[in-house]
Design a protein around this ligand. Structure first.
Ligand SMILES: Nc1nc2c(ncn2[C@@H]2O[C@H](COP(=O)(O)OP(=O)(O)OP(=O)(O)O)[C@@H](O)[C@H]2O)c(=O)[nH]1
Ligand SMILES: [Mg+2]
Length: 399
C-alpha cells in the first residue's frame, strides 16, 4: 500500500501530482486547505490501496465536483482582490512549505484506515456472536432441521420452544423432501390452536363484551363488527360504551355510530348497564359493549370491569389483544385478564406484527380460542374471522 500527502497551490495541481504518482485509481482519504502567510494551499492525502470505502468514494466525488468548480472559476474572470498580490513569489513560498508537514499527516491517515478496518472486523465478530446466541442450537442440527429451526427463531419463537418443535418434527421423520418436513412443522405449530365461529344473529339477542389492555383496538374493532353485522346480516345492532373513565372515551364510537346510523348508548356505572341491557335486549339482534382499556397489572380497575360484566351477563367476552407484543407480555395479559373469564381472543394489528410466533407459543401454554384477526385501521374492511392457515403462512410459508 502506498499512501502519500500532496500539497499544491490548487486542487487541480494537487490532483495531477497525486495521479502522476499513485495512478488514476488513487483514492483520496482526506483534503483540507492549509493557511500559510502567503495564502492558502491545498493538502490531499491519498492512497492506491485497492479496497474502497463509501466515505473515500464520496470524498472522490466531492473532489471531482470541486475540480469542475475550479475549472469553471478559471474560465470566469476572477475579481482582482481575490488574487494574491505577488503571484510568483507566493507560489514559490507555497512550494517551499510543501515537504514540512508530511509525516504526521500520513500517520493520521494510516491510523484512520486502520481504525476503519478494525471497526469492520469488530462488526463481523459481533454479527457472528449474535447469530451464535440467536441460533444457539444450530451446530447440533442437520441442515434440514437447522433451516427450519432458524425459521422458527426468526418468527420470534423462544429458543426452547423452537427446539421443542424441531424435536417433535424429528420424531415424525425421516422426510422425503423439504416440503414434507415444512408442511409437518406447519401442522405441529398450529395443531393446538382453536377458532370459534364469528358473531351471527340468532333468534335471541347476542351480547358481546369487549375487554383488553389500553390501546389494543377494542373500540375500533367494535366499530368494524357493528358495521359488518349491520351490512352483512342486516342485524339490528346496538353499541353501548362503558368507557366513561377517560376524557373523550365515548366520542370516537359516538361519531362512528351516528355516521353509520347505528344506535349508540353510554352508561356511567354497572347499574346503568344492567338496566340498559334489560331494556334493550328484546329489541336488538346484537349488542356490543365497549369498556375502558386497562393495564393488566391494575387489579382494582380489572375488578371494576368485572362488575360491568356481571351486570350485563354477556353471551361472549372477547379479549382484544394486539399481535405486536412479545410472548412475555402476551402471557401476562392472558393471566391477568383471566379474572374476566374471556371466551375468545381478537388479535389486532396483525398488519403491524413482524411475526406471530409469540402469539402461537403463548396460546400453546394458555389456551384460548381465536375469534377474529384485524389487519388495519379501516372500518369495516380490516377485520376477518380468525384463520389458522393464515397463521401458518405468516410463520412458515408453504414450500
Ligand atoms: N395498524 C392497525 N391499527 C389498529 C388496528 N386496530 C386498531 N388500530 C389502531 O389502534 C389505535 C387504538 O385503537 P382503539 O380502538 O382506540 O383501542 P382501544 O383498545 O379502544 O383503546 P383504549 O380505549 O384507550 O383502551 C387506533 O389508532 C386504531 O386505529 C389494526 O388492526 N391495525
Ligand atoms: Mg377504546
Amino acid at each position: 500500500m502506498k499512501m502519500k500527502k500532496y500539497l499544491a497551490p490548487s486542487m487541480k495541481e494537487g490532483l495531477e501530482l497525486m495521479r502522476r504518482e499513485l495512478g488514476d485509481d488513487a483514492m483520496i482519504l482526506s483534503t483540507r486547505t492549509v493557511k500559510t502567510p502567503d495564502g492558502d494551499i491545498i493538502e490531499i492525502v491519498a492512497t492506491n490501496e485497492e479496497q474502497e470505502t463509501s466515505s473515500t468514494s464520496s470524498i472522490t466525488a466531492r473532489i471531482k465536483q470541486k475540480e469542475q468548480q475550479e475549472q469553471q472559476e478559471a474560465e470566469t474572470p476572477t475579481p482582482a482582490k481575490k488574487r494574491p498580490a505577488s503571484g510568483k513569489r507566493t507560489e514559490a513560498k507555497k512550494r517551499e512549505l510543501l515537504p514540512t508537514a508530511q509525516s504526521s499527516d500520513i500517520d493520521e491517515a494510516v491510523n484512520l484506515v486502520q481504525l476503519r478496518r478494525e471497526i469492520a472486523e469488530m462488526r463481523s465478530v459481533l454479527d457472528g456472536l449474535s447469530d451464535a446466541v440467536r441460533y444457539r442450537h444450530s451446530a447440533t442440527l442437520g441442515k434440514l432441521y437447522n433451516d427450519l429451526y432458524k425459521k422458527l427463531r426468526d418468527a420470534e419463537f423462544a429458543d426452547d420452544e423452537a427446539l421443542r418443535f424441531i424435536g417433535l418434527l424429528a420424531a415424525r421423520g425421516p422426510f422425503t423432501s423439504v416440503a414434507e418436513a415444512n408442511q409437518t412443522l406447519r401442522n405441529l405449530i398450529t395443531e393446538h390452536l382453536r377458532t370459534i365461529t364469528p358473531i351471527e344473529p340468532k333468534p335471541t339477542c347476542t351480547t358481546a363484551f369487549f375487554v383488553g389492555p389500553t390501546g389494543n383496538g377494542k373500540t375500533v374493532t367494535i366499530a368494524k363488527l357493528a358495521a359488518v353485522c349491520k351490512l352483512l346480516y342486516k342485524a339490528n345492532v346496538l353499541i353501548i360504551s362503558a368507557d366513561t373513565y377517560k376524557v373523550g372515551g365515548t366520542d370516537q364510537l359516538q361519531t362512528f355510530a351516528s355516521i353509520a346510523g347505528i344506535p349508540f348508548e353510554i352508561v356511567y356505572n354497572s347499574q346503568e348497564l344492567r338496566q340498559m341491557i334489560r331494556h334493550e335486549k328484546s329489541k336488538r339482534d346484537i349488542i356490543l359493549i365497549d369498556t375502558v382499556g386497562r393495564n393488566q397489572r391494575d387489579k382494582k380497575m380489572l375488578m371494576e370491569i368485572a362488575g360491568y360484566k356481571e351486570a350485563c351477563m354477556p353471551d361472549i367476552t372477547y379479549l382484544v389483544q394486539s399481535a405486536t407484543v412479545n410472548e412475555h407480555t402476551f402471557i401476562d395479559v392472558l393471566d391477568k385478564f383471566s379474572v374476566l373469564s374471556p371466551d375468545a381472543l381478537i388479535i389486532t394489528k396483525i398488519d403491524e406484527a413482524i411475526s406471530l410466533g409469540a402469539m402461537v407459543s403463548t396460546l400453546r401454554k394458555k389456551s384460548l380460542p381465536l375469534a377474529y384477526f384485524t389487519t388495519g385501521q379501516t372500518i369495516p374492511d380490516d377485520i376477518e374471522p380468525a384463520d389458522i392457515e393464515r397463521i401458518a403462512n405468516h410463520i412458515l410459508p408453504e414450500f
